[in-house]
Design a protein around this ligand. Sequence first.
Ligand code: C2E
Ligand code: MG
Ligand code: MG
Ligand code: MG
Length: 289
Amino acid sequence: AAKAAGRGKHCFYEASMHSEAADRQLLENDLRQALDRGEMWVAFQPIVRVASEEISGFEALVRWNHPTRGAVSPDKFISVAEECGMIGKIGEYVLRTAVAEAARWPDNVRIAVNLSPIQFNDPNIVDTVAAVLAEYDLIPSRLELEITEGVFLADSDMTDSTFARLKSLGVRLALDDFGTGYSSLGYLKKAPFDKIKIDQSFVRGAASTTRRNGAIIRAIVTLAESLGMDTTAEGVETHDDLYLIRELGVSQVQGYIFGKPLPAAETKELANSTRVEADGFQCIREPRH
Ligand code: C2E
Ligand code: MG
Ligand code: MG
Ligand code: MG
């Protein structure tokens, strides 16, 4: 009877922790079956060259339609997949699906695929990438692998040799979510990136908020250019931000203003209309499903 209130509170806290862990366990169990049950699919988001308004390529983004939860965000389930050992299978499914789709597009349209640090550090990754490219007869330079700073945490000799082997395979490498991690500049020196993807947190609302985001974007562009790397601004949603991004010299744009991630069936027309009309922002904005 003593400390009843405190005990009650304690129990409540425990119960909620328990249900959170239980929920995570349920999600993990479902995730293990998701691929085999056909609940996963790949969406493609256009990436557009700022200067010419041409389609540069698409980023493949995995989607999970859970039978009862509905769409579960990759921000939620990728980390679960990494922890429970499923990311290799899921990642390979995304890679294969994305490369198969890209093989149906014109030769100048690239496909970008995210690689989890766990995939990157798998000793078989280079062979897997090479095999998938060969299977669909895709020119390696049409594949861009998006990597985050997380790959450098392992920082082994193998990390260096994986970069070198991927490079000699001929695929392109992009540093994703740039600016959100720790010592990004050191990492730029370590690996042969072809592109820096400027994180949405600097891009979204850059035109309307402080000038600091613009200054940071400009600095990243200068750095990238002097290292011979492309830049893509992620998360451009408004014309004002697009205008600023163009002024700042960013080479490519990815964001809802040009299109949300689309099902494969809806990419082909876009992929073939490589030249977007002068007023083309309207053409590929908010595509109808
Ligand atoms: P990311 O690689 O940085 O991908 C860009 C994310 O920004 C995507 O979210 C995309 O839908 C979203 N985005 C693009 N433009 C806009 C915009 O204008 N406004 C807003 N609000 N969002 C925009 P998504 O698809 O939810 O993916 C989230 C993250 O999950 C990805 O970030 C990536 O880190 C991870 N992810 C997605 N698919 C895969 C995959 O196949 N493998 C791995 N390892 N990770 C993946
Ligand atoms: Mg990405
Ligand atoms: Mg990103
Ligand atoms: Mg991200």
